[in-house]
Design a protein around this ligand. Structure first.
Ligand code: B3K
Ligand code: ZN
Length: 868
């Protein structure tokens, strides 16, 4: 299989001037007629045109109304080539596609009996023959014909311009999108849907109709999504001056979807998980995610749709930027500090791992076999960190100037990451040439910081050095890596009072491999707070003793670093404890950590969400990264020991805090109540590890008495870890209460897959044969198999049973849904980080998958990179 290379980009030989599509909907044989007006690209003189097409049954091709014979075009598995085309002409193709049997959820498919499309990255070619590439932007007119009973609603992009009844119980609707767009933003939805409506008046006074389309039984679960959309529209006007451009904005929720949502022009298609919410069915986290995903897709209207990517290697141009925008939005709606901590935790747990394994790639990759494999944490989250660095360096105003220039230069066009970087630079008269390296180099840089104090000169100095770790060989973007520009936010604290020494707070730029930054006029050696707000996506290496970390935990007025100091301290101690286990050392709770934990617990200056984070130990997967060889068992044991000892030491404080928070009364949806629930459930988690009946009944009571899903799910996941009768009772009650709501039942699967109990793998196996389990539904597969792969201690069970289970599932679904299978198989990517026995077992499973006859190219790409 030949990879696609970034360096191979060539403009198309023809441009498309407009397209008319007609759909005659039918579950097995939908007829798609496409009339494409093309004009030769004067820059690429050629009379040959390659159209992409996959899984299409071609019925006819005509040029300017004249039907072609078989010798006038060449047909391949992946498309067709038209020869001897005139300067401009109209190409008409008719193809048949089968939505009912399309389980890949790419192209036109059926979900819960409704029709829906997914075109990004390359699904449009599964609908019709086309120049299915993002640099070909054109206007669409779409006619949909379907059965009036099964498809009363038929939607596509833009404005509905006509509708009429046909005979045979069918009807027809015509949609026109005035904005030129690439084919990946095309969408069609048809079926039996109900609409939750709202409006938004733009700041220039235009009324926009907002429509959220869902299956009839979900019509009462849309208000939160609607309000989220209105907030997003307002925020983009306020912060970036960006107004919505059509008179209608539609969102459709579907149950079977490979990812979160899709920003099709004027017609977003969403995984129902990111739309539907009532307090009884969705957690506070779900509410937050819905708001964030709605915002993300909405923000794409400018960063992605109006200005799109020239080719798929530029994906981070729209994704990194749009993630950054949705992060800023959420920060403004909630708490900037808490949002930053959540995002960095996610980056470290996911992207850092990806960036140190066989799939490591620059945020702008150099090659791919399947583009779908590059919708990664690196492209999205590290991409957002790169955007954040421009923002840190330029400030909000300078960043806004750069954005304004970007839109002024590139509206309605398809551009590159270099174009974005140039706009940021030119608008601010700054040189961002070196920033190019952030786009072309893979791997997480390490930033090593050492300090020195010269009492005679009253000078304090920080020496910063950057380096790249070595990575498994052969990955493009990992050779010849050079220093990158690193904005490092620094603050100095008075070691006595803990107060900030104001004149020395700010951002220093490390542009070279190493540099020393000197701070003068100090009366005593200060304590430095480095990389505040996580101002660059690096691993910070700074030798600090436990006292200093405890000092920062107590005094740093950068909340991110205050939290991070606690995490660093906990990581040091837990890794040491885990390593000690192997050497036969007994576990012991560090007094320093105990005291620091106690101080956080009794500190009432924090908001509750921050306190919840500060009281939470780093996840096992994050701790594992700091071990030379990941030992999942000793890490789990050490971390559990710490949790238990902390709970024992602070049992009375935790209990009274729980009681105070639990006295809040009936469910409320405001930020304060959300924060308090977050803290309450962290506290409950500590108490739940104490083996005392009172604690178990407290969890069980919360489960049975909760008036909201946040409290219910939190209690259920704690019970799922225990070996008590209350566990089975709760699981049974939960299933019984929610068995008709698939999104809630996903939670039921996930809590069991994430259980730390030693028999978890047995339960997971049993659940795969549960009547509600279906391999056709990605949410369900992710909630059971995907969640299980995140359960470090159980997935990496020493006998390899977890590995076998995953490999069996990957093979079971790969031919039907390659994208989903490829996501799951990536759980093996970190195999080199484990002991030899686990390595061999994972490698053997990877080989078994690699040798599977006819393996899809998505899985093939991941597996061959892993085995390389
Ligand atoms: N742009 C889509 C992702 C498409 C993934 C294709 N495999 C959602 C988003 O990032 O907003
Ligand atoms: Zn996106």
């Amino acid at each position: 299989i030949q990879p696609v290379l970034r360096s191979d980009y060539r403009p198309p030989t023809y441009w498309i001037e407009n397209v008319e599509l007609e759909f005659d909907l039918d579950p097995r044989e939908t007829l798609v007629t496409a009339r494409i007006a093309v004009r030769r690209n004067s820059q690429q003189p050629s009379d040959t045109l390659d159209l992409a097409g996959e899984n299409l049954k071609l019925q006819s091709v005509a040029i300017d109304g004249k039907r072609l014979d078989g010798d006038q075009y060449q047909l391949r598995d992946d498309g067709m080539t038209l020869l001897n085309l005139p300067e401009s002409c109209q190409i008409e193709t008719k193809v048949l596609v089968s939505p009912l049997t399309n389980k890949s959820l790419s192209g036109l498919y059926q979900t819960s009996g409704n029709y829906c499309t997914q075109c990004e990255a390359v699904g449009f070619r599964r609908i019709t023959y086309f120049l299915d590439r993002p640099d070909v932007m054109t206007t669409y007119r779409v006619t949909i014909r379907g059965d009036k009973k099964t498809c009363p609603v038929m939607l596509s992009n833009g404005n509905r311009i006509a509708a009429k009844d046909l005979d045979d119980g069918r009807h027809e609707v015509v949609w026109e999108d005035p904005f030129p767009k690439p084919s990946y933003l095309f969408a069609l939805v048809a079926g039996n849907l109900k609409c939750h409506r709202g409006t938004f008046t733009t700041r220039s006074g235009r009324d926009v109709a907002l429509e959220i389309w869902v299956e009839p039984q979900n019509i009462d679960k849309c208000e939160h999504a609607l309000v989220s959309l209105q907030k997003s529209m307002k925020w983009d006007e306020d912060v970036f001056g960006l107004e919505y451009d059509l008179d209608i904005y539609m969102i459709v929720a579907v149950n079977d979807f490979n990812m979160g949502a899709m920003e099709n022009k004027g017609l977003n298609v969403f995984n129902s998980k990111y739309v539907l919410a009532l307090p009884d069915t969705a957690t506070d986290e779900d509410y937050m995610l819905i708001e964030a995903v709605i915002a993300h897709e909405y923000f794409h209207n400018w960063t992605g749709n109006r200005v799109t990517c020239r080719d798929w290697f530029q994906l981070t141009l729209k994704e990194g930027l749009t993630v950054f925008r949705d992060q800023q939005f959420t920060a403004d709606q909630t708490s900037a500090a808490v949002k930053r901590i959540d995002d960095v935790s996610g980056l470290r747990a996911g992207q850092f791992v990806e960036d140190s394994g066989p799939m490591a790639h620059p945020i702008r990759p150099e090659s791919y076999i399947s583009m779908d494999n590059f919708y990664t944490a690196t492209v999205y989250r590290k991409g957002a960190e790169i955007i954040r660095m421009y923002h840190t360096i330029l400030g909000a105003e300078g960043f806004r100037r750069g954005m304004d220039l970007y839109f002024q230069r590139h509206d309605n066009s398809a551009v590159t990451c270099d174009d974005f970087r140039a706009a940021m630079a030119d608008a601010n008269n700054i040189n961002f040439d070196r920033f190019d390296r952030w786009y072309s180099q893979a791997g997480t840089p390490e930033l090593t910081v050492t300090e020195s104090w010269d009492a005679a000169k009253s000078e304090y100095a920080l020496t910063m050095t950057q380096s790249y770790p070595t990575l498994p060989g052969g990955n493009p973007g990992t050779e010849d890596r050079n220093p990158v520009p690193l904005p490092v936010r620094v603050g100095l604290l008075d070691a006595e009072s803990g107060e900030e020494i104001e004149q020395h707070s700010g951002v220093v730029m490390l542009d070279t491999e190493t540099e020393t930054f000197t701070f003068s006029g100090l009366s005593a050696k200060p304590i430095a707070s480095v990389l505040r707000g996580f101002s660059a996506p690096v691993r910070l290496r700074m030798q600090r003793d436990n006292e200093e970390l405890a000092f920062l935990m107590a005094n740093d007025n950068d909340p991110f670093n205050r939290w991070d100091a606690g995490q660093t301290l906990a990581t040091k101690l837990l890794i040491d404890a885990a390593n000690g286990l192997a050497d036969g050392r007994a576990l012991e709770l560090s007094e320093q950590f105990r005291d620091a934990f106690g101080r956080v617990l009794s500190d009432n200056s924090f908001d509750e969400a921050f306190k919840a984070l500060a009281l939470t130990l780093p996840r096992e997967s994050v701790l594992g990264q700091e071990m030379d060889v990941i030992d999942p068992d000793s890490l789990h044991t050490a971390r559990q020991f710490y949790r238990r000892r902390l709970a024992e030491c602070f049992q009375s404080e935790l209990t009274s805090l729980y009681n105070e928070l639990a006295a809040d009364g009936a469910y409320k949806n405001d930020q304060k109540s959300i924060n308090r629930r977050r803290l309450k459930n962290v506290v409950l988690a500590y108490l739940s590890v104490l083996d005392v009946p009172a604690c178990i009944s407290r969890v069980s009571n919360q489960f049975h008495q909760a008036d909201n899903m946040t409290d219910k799910q939190a209690a259920l996941s704690l019970l799922a870890n225990l070996d008590v009768p209350e566990r089975d009772a709760a699981l049974a009650a939960f299933y019984d209460q929610y068995k008709t709501d698939p999104l809630v039942i996903d939670k039921w699967y996930a809590v069991q897959a994430l259980s730390s109990r030693p028999d978890t793998i047995e339960h997971v196996k049993q659940l795969t044969s549960h009547p509600d389990f279906s391999v056709d539904n990605p949410n369900r597969v992710r909630s059971l198999i995907g969640a299980f792969t995140q359960n470090q201690v159980r997935f990496h069970q020493a006998d390899g049973a977890g590995y076998k289970l995953l490999a069996d599932y990957v093979l079971e679904i790969e031919s039907a849904n390659p994208q989903l299978a490829a996501r799951l198989v990536a759980a093996f990517n970190s195999y080199r980080r484990f002991d030899e026995s686990r390595q061999t077992q994972m490698q053997d499973e990877l080989k078994r998958i690699a040798e599977h006859p006819g393996l899809c190219k998505d899985v093939h790409e991941i597996v061959q990179r892993a085995l390389h």
